[in-house]
Design a protein around this ligand. Structure first.
Ligand code: HEM
Ligand SMILES: [Cu+2]
Length: 651
């Protein structure tokens, strides 16, 4: 036992003690409420043990919204700290912790699960499938993500947060320079979540390749599904690199190996290379599904077929290949030399070509379209110019020689927020509005949605645009304060005010969810936007648990659009209905999440003997799974008829 109990609960700091008390009280409150309303059984049967891709998607989205809140509070704390010069709200150590947890949570526990949630929800519906290929594995992916996220968040109140940046560069992140346990959380929690992501990647690839409905050839797939396929390929190539790097990093910290140390033959630059070999593809893992979402939404609300479908597919494939060939642009300044820098400079700039193709295709899709300015469309429209700023500044950063000026400044921070927020967060918002009726059977309010849109958009630009200039003037990233003489004060203050507007935008979303839950009109029908083009709009809202009463046949892209045009009604015939085979729920995935959490906790605290028991608990889950012979159940025809009543009489 290397770590003593007094290290576990952090005392002293009123902020921490306050959070500890708040967390305990909230937990007790939630448990009491569930018990009072007698909801345990419902929670267990309907949610915790579910293998339904739609419910798993909803759980992902709910967790991601909570994580957005946590990561957002981190962001606001940084903005508050730098609002005025020489502020003492956060000290250097706290600032280090906050930007580290902010970066990790936003990318791995907010952006990733948001998209995983939307993919889970929409992709099987788009291809006319009744679930993903491996439903139980899908639940396992969710629980591993959740377990990793909870473990990582625990660091805030138990044991101390990681503080070496979201990149966790060695030797800083090694035991020698970071002796506390904070960085153990990073190494362990991200491994657990990473295994889940890898499993999702495999699951989605098999689903798309094997479970498309009749007639849906690859080139008739909706654009979103295409991007999911390509993203999943990047996942299975890139995630193992990171997971292995984390394992090595964990060995260095826990068991005294020397993979990344500066002494005993270790190589700290090996970490930087492995990290970005995963890290750069990772940003495409999150941005490509977002591109898919925009493609579908833009063609829906421009009421036109997506312009240049084939070139869109090839652009996505090309981006995915290039994404693996650019990682050195993250450390041009670290001494690899001009020849290597030039190569990576060129590959990086090349990415602008397929991305430009996509931009033009979106614009041409809208040309002469009758555009309807719904909230999903507003987010998609705002994405184009804002993401363009992110892209153009990216090309600026890609010039290796010039990067010596920009490197490690707030220019970079502004750049990547201009890619990640319009590129991912806007898409997620667009998709939430777009698919909300498919999830819950009612729309989010369009009116509150517009408040959400304008506040968030204005807030975002006011927050991050000044950072370009701060960076050009020499303000470095990850610095907790600056002097009044630096002349940075005005821009920092404007930026901080922007972040308050941004937060108000997020609050509008939360209010919208509450308001719409209570007051929005129900019974929105199968095609609530009236212009649905793809198969998900041909089934009820919310989607029935078996998705499709009968599997549709596809002849063209935008299959549902043409079904409507050819006036093929949505009616069903009794003779076509057969009992539907569905997978059974299972307790094993949620058990595995819990076992991994315990195992991870033991590892974080370096309780080596106990961690062996944690490992055995994980193993036990695997053994149980291999003796699980449940092969699912059938949904009877009567139930299908009852559920499909909204279509009118079924003869
Ligand atoms: C929602 C409002 C947000 C605000 C106010 C915000 C603010 C900030 C600030 C102030 C920093 C640190 C600047 C410094 O180096 O001193 C930062 C870093 C960072 N942010 Fe955000 N951010 C927001 C959203 C996001 C989102 C949505 C993502 C990703 C999807 C993200 C990813 C990151 C990353 C990866 C870092 C780098 C952390 C590091 O240096 O290790 N942020 N952000
Ligand atoms: Cu990169």
């Amino acid at each position: 036992m290397n770590i003593k109990w007094d290290k576990i609960l952090l005392g002293g700091d009123p902020l921490l003690v306050g959070s500890q008390i708040a967390i305990v009280l909230t937990t007790v409150g939630i448990i009491a409420a569930i018990t009072y309303f007698k909801k345990w059984k419902w929670l267990w049967n309907e949610w915790l043990t579910t293998v339904d891709h739609k419910k798993i998607g909803i759980m992902y989205i709910l967790s991601a919204v909570l994580m957005f809140f946590r990561g957002g509070v981190d962001g606001l704390m940084m903005k508050a700290q730098t609002a005025v010069p020489e502020n003492t709200f956060l000290d250097a150590q706290h600032y280090n912790e906050v930007f580290t947890t902010h970066g990790v949570i936003m990318i791995l526990f907010m952006a990733m699960p948001m998209l995983m949630g939307i993919i889970n929800l929409a992709m099987p519906l788009q291809i006319g499938a009744r679930d993903v290929a491996f439903p139980q594995l899908n639940a396992l992916s969710f629980w591993l993500f959740f377990s990793g996220a909870m473990l990582f968040n625990l660091s805030f109140v138990v044991g101390g947060s990681p503080d070496a940046g979201w990149t966790s560069y060695f030797p800083l992140a090694g035991k020698e320079f970071s002796p506390g346990i904070g960085n153990n959380y990073y190494m362990v929690a991200l491994q657990i979540a990473g295994i889940g992501t890898l499993a999702s990647g495999i699951n989605f690839i098999v689903t798309i390749l094997k479970m498309r409905t009749k007639g849906m050839t690859l080139m008739k797939m909706p654009m979103f599904t295409w991007t999911v396929l390509v993203t999943s390929l990047i996942i299975i190539i890139a995630f193992p690199i990171f997971t292995v790097a984390l394992l090595l990093g964990m060995m260095d910290r826990l068991y005294g190996t020397h993979f990344f140390t500066v002494e005993a033959g270790g190589l700290d630059m090996l970490w930087a290379n492995l990290f970005w070999l995963w890290g750069h593809p990772e940003v495409y893992i999150v941005v490509l599904p977002a591109f898919g979402i925009y493609s579908d939404i833009i063609s829906t609300f421009a009421k036109k077929r997506l312009y240049g479908y084939t070139s869109m597919v090839w652009a996505v494939v090309l981006i995915s290949v290039l994404s693996m060939l650019v990682w050195v642009h993250h450390f041009f300044t670290m001494g690899v030399g001009p020849a290597v820098n030039s190569v990576f400079s060129i590959t990086t700039m090349l990415i602008a070509v397929p991305t430009g193709i996509k931009m033009f295709n979106w614009l041409f899709t809208m040309r002469k379209g009758r555009i309807e300015f719904t909230t999903p469309m507003l987010w998609s429209l705002a994405f184009i110019p804002t993401f363009l700023i992110g892209g153009v500044t990216g090309v600026m950063l890609a010039m290796a020689a010039a990067d010596f000026q920009y490197h490690n400044t707030l220019f970079l921070v502004a750049h990547f927020h201009y890619t990640l927020i319009p590129g991912v967060v806007y898409a997620v918002f667009a998709a939430l509005y777009y698919y909300w009726p498919k999830m819950f059977g009612y729309k989010l309010s369009e009116k509150i949605g517009k408040w959400h849109f304008w506040l968030f958009n204005i807030g975002f630009n006011v927050t991050f645009f000044p950072m370009f200039f701060l960076g050009l003037n020499g303000a470095v990233r990850r610095a907790y304060t600056y002097s009044a003489e630096s002349g940075f004060s005005t821009l920092f203050l404007i930026s901080a005010i922007g972040s308050i507007i941004l937060a108000a935008g997020f609050a509008a979303l939360v209010y919208n969810i509450y308001w719409s839950f209570r007051y929005a009109e129900r019974n929105v029908g199968n095609d609530p936007w009236g212009n649905g083009r793809t198969l998900e709009w041909s089934i009820g809202s919310p989607a029935p648990h078996y998705n499709f009463a009968t599997l549709p046949e596809v002849k063209t892209i935008d299959a549902f659009w043409y079904m409507k045009k050819e006036k093929k009604g949505l009616g069903l015939r009794k003779s076509d209905l057969k009992p539907i085979h569905m997978p059974s729920k299972s307790w094993i995935p949620v058990y595995m999440g819990a076992a991994f959490f315990v195992f991870g906790f033991m590892l974080v605290f370096e309780w080596h003997i106990l961690s062996i028991f944690g490992g055995l608990a994980v193993l036990a889950g695997l053994v149980f799974r291999s003796f699980d012979y449940n092969s699912g159940y059938y949904v009877p025809v009567e139930e299908i008829i009852e559920t499909e009543k909204w279509r009118g009489e079924i003869k």
